[in-house]
Design a protein around this ligand. Sequence first.
Ligand code: ARG
Length: 455
Amino acid sequence: MWGGRFTARPADLMQAINVSIGFDRRLAAQDLAGSRAHAAMLRNQGVITSADEAEIQKGLTAIEVEMAEGTFPFREEFEDIHMNVEARLRELIGPVAGRLHTARSRNDQVALDFRLWVRDACDRTMGQLKALQTALLARAEQHADTLMPGFTHLQPAQPVTFGHHLLAYVEMFGRDASRFADARARMNECPLGAAALAGSPFPIDRTQTAKALGFDRPTANSLDSVSDRDFALECLAAATLCGVHLSRLAEEIVIWTTPQFGFIRLSDAFTTGSSIMPQKKNPDAAELVRAKVGRLLGSFTQLTVVMKGLPLAYSKDMQEDKVPTFEAFDALELSLLAMAGMIGDLEPVQERMGPAAGAGFSTATDLADWLVRELDMPFRDAHHVTGQAVRMAETRNCGLADLPLADLQTLCQGITDDIYSVLTPMASATSRKSYGGTAPDQVRAQIARWTKALS
Ligand code: ARG
């Protein structure tokens, strides 16, 4: 491509470090779309003739066919996807291919291609997040009344419903989706036409190409256009945070499937056996989802460090933007799909969750609240009395509801039989009707809100 200035071929090592076709071939579709829009604009602006444009578009169509059929020759000697396409175009249509690069540089070309790719990836991710939320909502609906222990410090705290627990993740993944939507809106400006770094002397119409490629507008500073990779970094940050959420849910699945918890069963579809221990059924998919956040944060870190301290405008360092970004979106996609699969697949074991919801004196707060409500006791005093009741039950190795009324009355005279009505896990959960609380009616209201939001 630059034979005019050079007399010798690059060293083999130069080619080895420079070549990017092995990974940037994933930008092929975006590169072709950009070239089509650019050629049409050049013709509309009278920079190239209609006949030349027709030839170029015909050649690009032929390349598209080759790519679809798997016969396109990706060649390392042409370094990257941009030069592979251009070289092939020249083979197919001759020297007129050389007119396509008028008013364009690989710098704005790669900025465009990569932005288009990340934009598509964002859209796919939002779809996958929505599918995961939909799977969670379906299970939450089935289990709006299914009791389980709610934990703090992983110690039994208060009874909640399984539906409520799942809805917590619907909220998290909703925030993740909105982060990708924000990033998408911000990135939706077209860098094409910034050319190498300073813009173009040709009478190009950047608004036309921006529109043709689905952008809201052209970018407003040519130097920034070719050197900005914020759009990818933002998505990697959003992906990392989403990975954190996925890892938390994955961890709960791992814990819940242990025989010690036994809260859920996973089918054979998302588990593996052991080559030596015949009894094993391991939650490998959940464990791998839990681990993927390492890749996601690694990718974010990698690209952040690549970009840090780069002077304006384009530097070849930026070629290192693609691998981490591709890897991150690949990992995120697999994780989201696998998680949606597991959520659809898992079966809560109510015989385990239900009794566990009442274990560990989980209705102690309800006892204290009763004292406040019925006897007008200050909460601190009620807390103290309840603490004594817990100690009493603990020494007798029984639950709070098993303590006889007479014994409870030794702790506080005013306690009546009515106290037992608040000591069941279901009464406890049902009473928590505050907005966003775990009462089944609240849970159903939130399911309805989300179902509407996602439709
Ligand atoms: N393969 C390059 C990249 O990914 C394309 C841009 C090359 N530009 C240049 N001036 N060498 O960044």
